[in-house]
Ligand binder design. Structure first.
Ligand code: GTP
Ligand code: MG
Length: 330
């Protein structure tokens, strides 16, 4: 039994290749669409990969079955819907059943042997590779990530997923949690598109600093575009018993910071920005300059696609220096 993959621009092309090379007796084992290699491959139409098999020494009885199938197909019967329709349907049903039986007998005992040398990674780890590619990680990078994780796995013999985590963290670089040295006030601004989790994350950090670390926390919101946005932060501030200042223009940040002069950390929330909103970009820059923010967090949600994140980062290229803050990692 010879098993081979054929690749074509479309199914017809792949089938033609199979027919040319393996002849009419070839059996199709699997078809799937595959991405073309390289960065440009992402933008091209997927290719079609067909795995076909043929018995090079077709046994006598298989030859006979093939002939029977050939005969059935070549009968080219025509059926018309008339008073004989039930009988015609019955005949069709019998023929389909016969074809099924013949195909089953033909393929019985044929085991699909994957040509593993053509797979991007070892078969046992293929699903992880495919998951990365599905999430828009470039095929070459996904392959390197999985191979690195496999080598950790073979060395350490821990769970594969924790090895994969380790590799991904190496790629992302170490996280840089906000440090609050004694006697040094830190001003932190949360910036990013609508709904990524700026306000929620700011509230979580406020809770960690005030409850766990016993730091004096102040909150400022510049998100007065929506009434609900102010209310959302007001509720968190009340629960945590932390003072909140509301800004109706960037200039008011100077006064607000003065009111929070005794705090260890001041967290500033901003309104979600839509892409290329130049008026809002001007406001953000004014706020950054007037507040003299120590840290600017560009908040990105992990459920945003790679292309989406890239777009967002591009649209914030007006920011001076910032850190990426990932939310929704759950
Ligand atoms: N699963 C999950 N949901 C989150 C997380 N952070 C925020 N959310 C949810 O995401 C939604 C938006 O969160 P917000 O904190 O209001 O987002 P925002 O960036 O402040 O939104 P705008 O103020 O409208 O720009 C809410 O339903 C949150 O509950 C997270 O880490 N995980
Ligand atoms: Mg918000």
């Amino acid at each position: 039994m010879k098993v081979k993959r054929f690749i074509g621009q479309n199914t017809q092309e792949a089938m033609q290749k199979i027919s040319d090379e393996m002849g009419k007796d070839a059996v199709i084992l699997n078809t799937r669409k595959i991405r073309q290699k390289g960065i440009t491959g992402f933008f091209k139409k997927p290719l079609v990969e067909v795995v076909a098999a043929v018995d090079e020494r077709v046994p006598q009885n298989n030859q006979m079955l093939n002939t029977q199938i050939g005969r059935l197909y070549s009968q080219k019967q025509t059926f018309s819907v008339n008073e004989n329709t039930p009988a015609v349907l019955k005949r069709l049903e019998n023929q389909i059943e016969l074809i099924n039986k013949l195909v089953n007998r033909l393929t019985h005992g044929v085991s699909v042997v994957e040509n593993t040398s053509r797979l991007p990674v070892k078969p046992a780890f293929l699903s992880y590779y495919e998951q990365l590619v599905k999430n828009e990680v470039h095929e070459d990078i996904a392959k390197v990530i999985i191979e690195k994780a496999i080598s950790f796995y073979e060395e350490e013999r821990t769970e594969f997923e924790s090895c994969l985590n380790k590799v991904l963290l190496e790629y992302l670089g170490p996280s840089q949690p906000l440090q609050l040295p004694d006697g040094q006030r830190k001003i932190v601004m949360f910036i990013g598109p609508t709904g990524v989790g700026k306000t929620t994350s700011l509230a979580k950090m406020a809770a960690i600093f005030s409850i766990q670390q016993q730091k004096k926390v102040g909150l400022i919101t510049a998100d007065t575009y929506r009434i609900a946005a102010v209310d959302q932060l007001k509720i968190y501030a009340e629960i945590l018993e932390i003072p909140l200042s509301i800004l109706y223009s960037p200039k008011e940040v100077v006064d607000a910071l003065h009111q929070h002069r005794d705090k260890d950390v001041i967290l500033i929330d901003t309104a979600g920005k839509s892409i290329r909103d130049t008026a809002q970009e001007k406001e953000i820059m004014e706020l950054i300059n007037l507040s003299n923010a120590d840290e600017i967090y560009l908040v990105l949600s992990c459920n945003t696609s790679y292309a989406g994140c890239k777009n967002i980062i591009d649209s914030y290229n007006f920011l001076p220096d910032y850190k990426l803050f990932f939310t929704k990692i759950d």
